[in-house]
Design a protein around this ligand. Structure first.
Ligand SMILES: [Zn+2]
Length: 271
């Protein structure tokens, strides 16, 4: 019995070691395959222009001006102005207290990580106020294993199909209240416990804004996750080609000193 116990421990150790080794080899091969086109890379960011869906109430959100033209100056330049939270963007922890880190201060290692994709398109299709609960996170873990530390958790609601239709994307009711899916506070707490690096979604915000008693108006999820040092990725482009597990994300926000957030380029390397 004792000999069997020892050998089983040995077998388990070998299995864990080989899995880690395979994962590393897998990630190396993924990176090496980018230039040759062997690794597919998805760009999960929308191009920035003045026709994206802004947060309601933001009067001015983007402006670009031509400063020099080939005809006049021999070269072409523009200047632009935009909100920090417009289009595909990152919310830095400093966006909501007790979060402290500004966008330029987010540790680089937090910007790379395995993608955990939680697919709630069916639920969101039936209920625009759908909120991801802990049961659904645990269900993902039953199928794919515990969410690894440093993962970036993406909520796939299918809302990207409504982009850039302002009315469909914001989905405001007669009172002006928006209806789109998001995370529950409990799910955010669980993901903070898993030590993930960030949360992302293909909607205007991680928080749902539709709860009648106004609980959502305090942006509860924002306070919990940003307060714990995570960042948020909002208005991500179509996530439909991402597998639930196995993709790797590269998150490259603007390095804007003191910024509460800013435009972000997000790449997914597909397995
Ligand atoms: Zn934001």
């Amino acid at each position: 019995m004792a000999a069997f116990g020892r050998s089983s421990v040995f077998v388990v150790c070998i299995a864990v070691f080989s899995t880690l080794l395979l994962q590393n080899m897998h990630h190396d091969a993924m990176l090496e395959g980018i230039p040759s086109g062997k690794t597919r890379v998805l760009d999960l960011s929308y191009a920035i222009n003045d026709k994206l869906v802004p947060w309601p109430g933001d009067g001015k959100f983007f402006e670009a001006k031509v400063n020099a033209t080939i005809e006049k100056n021999g070269y072409f330049t523009r200047s632009f102005w935009m909100l920090e939270h417009y289009g595909t963007h990152l919310d830095a922890p400093a966006h909501f207290p007790p979060g402290k880190t500004t966008v330029d201060q987010i540790p680089v290692k937090q910007l790379f990580g395995p993608a955990v994709v939680i697919d709630v398109r069916a639920e969101s299709g039936k209920d625009p106020d759908y909120q991801l609960g802990t049961a659904r996170v645990e269900d993902w873990e039953k199928r794919h294993g515990r969410i690894p530390e440093g993962a970036i958790v993406l909520l796939r609601t299918g809302w990207a199909l409504r982009w850039p239709d302002v009315q469909k994307y914001r989905n405001q009711d007669a009172q002006g209240k928006m209806h789109f899916p998001g995370f529950t506070v409990d799910a955010a707490k669980l993901l903070v416990k898993r030590k993930v690096s960030g949360l992302g979604c293909d909607t205007l915000s991680i928080d749902t804004l539709s709860i009648d008693y106004g609980a959502s108006e305090d942006f509860a999820v924002h306070h919990i996750s940003l307060g714990a040092g995570l960042y948020h990725l909002e208005n991500l482009a179509d996530l439909s080609e991402l597998p639930e597990t196995g993709a790797f994300l590269i998150v490259a926000p603007i390095k804007l000193e003191g910024g509460s957030g800013g435009p972000v380029r997000v790449f997914a390397l597909l397995p």
